[in-house]
Design a binder for this molecule. Sequence first.
Ligand SMILES: [Zn+2]
Ligand SMILES: [Zn+2]
Length: 350
Amino acid sequence: MKAAVWHGYKDLRISEVPAPKAKPGHVVIKVAWAGICGTDRHEYTGPNFIPVTKPHRLTGKLAPLTIGHEFSGTISELGEGVTGWNVSDRVTANGTLCCGKCEMCLSGRYNVCEKLGFLGVNLDGAFADYVEVEAARLFTIPENVTLRQAIIAEPVACGIHSTRLLGDITDEDVVIVGPGIIGIGCFLAAKLAGAAKIMVAGVGEDRKALVESYGGSYIDVMKTDLKEAVAKWSDGKNAGVVYECVGSQRTLDSCISVMKPGAKLMVMGVFEKPPTFPMNDFQEGERRMYSSQAHLDEIGVALDYFSKGDINADELITREVTLDTLVVDGFEELIKNGPKHIKIAIKIND
Ligand SMILES: [Zn+2]
Ligand SMILES: [Zn+2]
């Protein structure tokens, strides 16, 4: 079968590899669509999480391996002992890999397993004709949701999971710094969780129309000072909830600068360098910081929202590529024109 195999930075090869066979408790899925995630982009440009020298603590895998964890498709093979699923079922899956034995796994929080791994990072992933996943991680795609739309469920699930961790945010004014797919996922989740007003901040105006169509405000931080804009927008009160969806010193500082006393900060960005933290400003006012790692059952929640029509997943796909055009039209395009794209979709099989 064809697969996108990661060998190193900027060395992603579209190769012929053996198709997977379903192990006990697992299924093989014929992949229809996949999505390029920020994580995949990090693997392409570095710094990478794919192990290159030391085998992964859970899977024992090393590069080269097939990347990709956002996907949809139909089950093509059932492993021994799999019940409740049939060949041809339309599915997507949670790419989290866990040990099932540690304290966090046993308490149901397998997304923070002590041996945590991820499909497409620590095990062969979904940018391929076929992918093998554990049956326990599958989600049925509702009949009125297309396989193309279903690839958006995973990034939206990250926003829903982080918003659940924040507890009650009803009637809070929310600021989201970073208008990529994770920021948009947080926007949709915060709106559905009953937030009052939501402002999204980003560089450039590519996301303005979309955010406004969702009923939010958008500001271009190249033109407008975030602190002043938030003060005006919130009648001087500042935000009760702030999501950091970029991962840089500058965006972290601006997030903290718009938090009212008692406000909550959710850190979603991946930091390439450890930031310094303005602890005294933060502490003054008992501000609280949260972090979030992937998701649990929230892919199912996202698919439900799509099915009910609360979220139009199609408008979040800004380009379609194939495995053959993935490197140039997908990854290189994201490096050149990143802010233009929300999600680049890969069409793999009909
Ligand atoms: Zn993802
Ligand atoms: Zn575990």
